[in-house]
Design a protein around this ligand. Structure first.
Ligand SMILES: [Fe+2]
Ligand SMILES: [Fe+2]
Length: 418
């Protein structure tokens, strides 16, 4: 009797999984076409691939020259909460050669399905690197590694899934169906990886252009502010019970739009921006207009990223207590804009409040032409002091709660590493 029930359960499970496969395959391009940020695409890809193969963890590497750069990871056993997002900002890479599993996969464009990582035949050219296991206490057993191929049939990265599980949670080998599925995913997601990678690179090119004009807005600075802001948004959103699917989408959109927070400085005269001395009151007033110039660029939004970029450009200098700028402006295209009282508390959109704290933190802890880098202690003290005046006190609290991740981002996008 119990055997019959098991067979029925097994059948139901097979039918349910077939249903899941179909639903995921049908919705793949529709879902991905709404995602504009690279990390959000990688997150989507890993989530789906892991759900469908019932695997415990996964990593994506993106090819850059002759290396595979660690680009995204998920691990149910090790990353138990969003406070562990620091693991997403590791600076690690693998050489593309036959010595490692992922390197072999990228070099030869071949899928590799391993039953037990610790029992690889000596005759194989690649070896399993057990160092990450030793460091983290994780135990890798089954591994499925597949090349991510673009439409020109070139390898652009590698996806690796670890520890497939059966219904009882026992680690098993990845199946033939898993192999087909991962190949389908890898091939179909590649165009979205390339598209979003291009978006990020185009933004960085714009920033490099802007940096010719404004030496403070370097590519690493905007990369850091974008990544800090997306993490702080996620933490805020989880505390405020925002839907998980909305968080994933917004996290990527905020990352891109936060990178553009100071793009309006392009419209401010070099004579002011590059002035080696302190600004006069008049010059400071002119500088304040960079918020409005930035907002003008995104005033006819085509996407959620445009809408957020408008809001962030406009609000990233507002203070929680109402002493910031530019305040409420009725017509941002008027020739007679007067900057008066700043917006206050929740009159400031949350994305503006988030980028404010991230931008100030990064400016203080980094070297600028007019100041040396502050120490970590001095910077964190200043952030604490700004709670309730410059910054929303709740966001300051959340910022400290994810500080390990903020610090990991700072290390990943240091001035010499972008
Ligand atoms: Fe600014
Ligand atoms: Fe900035």
């Amino acid at each position: 009797m119990s055997k019959n029930i098991n067979i029925d359960d097994e059948r139901r499970n097979i039918i349910r999984r077939k249903d899941d496969y179909l639903k995921n395959i049908v919705s793949l391009h529709k879902d991905l076409s709404e995602i504009h940020d690279l990390d959000a695409v990688l997150d989507y890809m890993l989530t789906k691939a892991r759900e469908l193969t019932n695997s415990d963890s996964g990593t994506i590497y993106i090819k850059e020259d002759d290396k595979l750069n660690f680009s995204y990871a998920q691990n149910d056993s090790l990353f138990t909460s969003n406070l562990d997002n620091k693991n997403l900002y590791l600076n690690a890479s693998v050489d593309i050669n036959s010595k490692s599993i992922s390197g072999y996969c990228a070099k030869h464009g071949k899928l590799i399905n391993i039953k037990n990582a610790y029992k690889l035949a000596d005759s194989l050219p690649y070896k399993f690197n057990s160092k990450p296991d030793k460091k983290s206490g994780y135990h890798t057993k089954s591994i499925l590694t597949a090349p991510i191929m673009n439409v020109q049939n070139k390898v652009i990265g590698v996806i690796q899934l670890l520890n497939a599980q059966n219904l009882e949670g026992k680690i098993i080998k990845f199946s033939k169906t898993d192999e087909l599925l991962i190949t389908y995913f890898a091939n179909n997601v590649s165009m979205h990886i390339e598209r979003t990678d291009l978006t990020r690179k185009m933004i960085l090119r714009m920033i490099r252009m802007a940096a010719l004009h404004d030496i403070e807005e370097t590519a690493p600075h905007v990369n850091r502010v974008g990544a800090y802001s997306s993490e702080l948004y996620e933490h805020w959103a989880l505390k405020n019970e925002v839907r998980k699917s909305k968080i994933k989408l917004m996290k990527g959109n905020i990352r891109l739009s936060a990178m553009l927070h100071d793009i309006g400085k392009l419209a401010v005269s070099d004579l002011i921006l590059k002035k080696p001395a302190r600004f006069t009151t008049n010059e400071r007033d002119v500088m304040k207009f960079h918020t409005i110039y930035g907002a003008r660029l995104f005033s006819e939004p085509d996407s959620e990223v445009d809408t957020l970029a408008y809001s962030i450009a406009m609000n990233h200098h507002e203070n929680w207590d109402g002493t910031g700028y530019p305040g409420k402006i009725e017509d941002i295209f008027s020739n007679q804009i007067q900057i008066k009282a700043g917006k206050k508390n929740n009159e400031i959109p949350i994305e503006g409040q988030i980028v404010k704290i991230c931008d100030v933190y990064d400016a203080l802890i980094s070297h600028r032409c007019y100041k040396n880098a502050w120490s970590k202690d001095q910077t964190l003290q200043a952030i604490k002091c700004g709670s309730g005046t410059e910054f929303n006190p709740k966001l300051v609290k959340y910022f400290f709660e994810i500080y390990d991740t903020i610090d990991a981002i700072r290390k990943k996008y240091s001035e010499n590493n972008h």
